[in-house]
Design a protein around this ligand. Structure first.
Ligand SMILES: Nc1nc2c(ncn2[C@@H]2O[C@H](COP(=O)(O)OP(=O)(O)OP(=O)(O)O)[C@@H](O)[C@H]2O)c(=O)[nH]1
Ligand SMILES: [Mg+2]
Ligand SMILES: [Zn+2]
Length: 287
């Protein structure tokens, strides 16, 4: 039996990247019963009949992570791509994606693309997010900047590329590997359609890793029981959490709140804190 990874699913057929190449596979009967549970990113064992190019998925190996939106298994990290300009960054969406990844225990890298359009702004944004702290990369497809750095971050990992339509996710991947030939589009045209150019979930082999060029990640769905967890999804809050007057402090109106004090002292970004309050409201239990 050979091992591989599911890079794409079309109907009941799964494309498996194995050592011997890309193999088109169906599922063994027992797995077909849980068809909806097979995900792109699943590491699988396949058998290939000697006289055939097609294979059969025999087993699904245990997952390390499981994302449902977009549906991908075994993601190692999320790379969030925002343009410095055109479209202007929506920081609420950026923080939403970061919080979502934190709650799933996924590590995150923030890429500010289109650095060519406003280099000073790119630096300022990168510094702000580095201080949280997140790893950041400034890139420009036009000026071929930051591409090696980004490539190094993707090496040997399964990455979900997230970010708004028009940020340049597909353009970046094409720049890293021109043979991918991903469709890209004008931001203005996208805005009219209000849709992502990129739709289906597929893992692209890139260097020694895999990247899912997926729109997704636009919605954060917090369960009502996550009200308390939310604060821990803000790495910039963590140094202050132990010092609030009340152990159960949610950093809203409570007296002696050290998170609020850190905001006042300029140690935590006021915008990040405001986003925290918005997410907290969304996570509040509804009776
Ligand atoms: N100036 C500039 N334009 C860029 C850069 N990267 C991408 N673009 C342009 O931005 C537009 C959108 O790029 P895409 O790669 O299609 O964006 P996307 O993030 O894949 O968008 P969706 O697939 O819709 O989610 C295209 O017109 C690109 O040519 C860059 O670094 N600088
Ligand atoms: Mg795209
Ligand atoms: Zn507090």
């Amino acid at each position: 039996m050979e091992q591989g990874i599911i890079v794409k699913g079309i109907g009941g057929t799964y494309m498996v990247q194995a050592k011997s190449g890309l193999v088109s596979c169906t599922l063994r009967g027992k797995l077909r019963l849980r068809d909806d549970r097979v995900l792109v990113g699943d590491r699988v064992e396949i058998s290939i009949a000697p006289d055939s190019a097609a294979g059969v998925v025999e087993n699904i190996l245990p997952r390390t992570t499981e994302l449902l939106r977009p549906p991908i298994a075994n993601i190692d990290q999320v790379v969030v791509v925002f343009a410095v300009q055109n479209p202007p960054p929506n920081f609420l969406l950026l923080d939403r994606i970061l919080v979502q990844a934190e709650l799933l225990d996924l590590s995150c890298v923030v890429v500010f693309n289109k650095g060519d359009l406003h280099p000073e702004e790119a630096l300022e944004l990168a510094e702000a997010y580095q201080s949280i702290p997140y790893s950041t990369v400034i890139t420009s497809v036009v000026q071929q900047e930051g591409l090696e750095e980004l490539k190094a971050l993707l090496k040997g990992k399964i990455t979900s590329l997230a970010g708004p339509s028009g940020a340049g996710k597909s353009s970046l991947l094409n720049a890293l590997d021109p043979s991918l030939q991903l469709e890209t589009g004008e931001v203005s045209v996208k805005a009219q359609r209000g849709k992502h150019t990129t739709r289906s979930v597929e893992l692209l082999a890139l260097g020694e890793g895999y990247v899912a060029d997926t729109p997704g990640f636009s919605r954060l769905i917090l369960g009502p029981d996550q009200e308390r967890d939310l604060q821990f999804a803000f790495p910039d809050f963590r140094p202050h959490l132990d010092y609030c007057q009340f152990r159960a402090c949610l950093h809203r109106h409570e007296p002696g709140c050290q998170v609020k004090a850190a905001v006042e002292a300029g140690l935590v970004s006021r915008r990040r804190y405001e986003h925290y309050l918005i997410f907290l409201e969304e996570a509040a239990p509804r009776y």
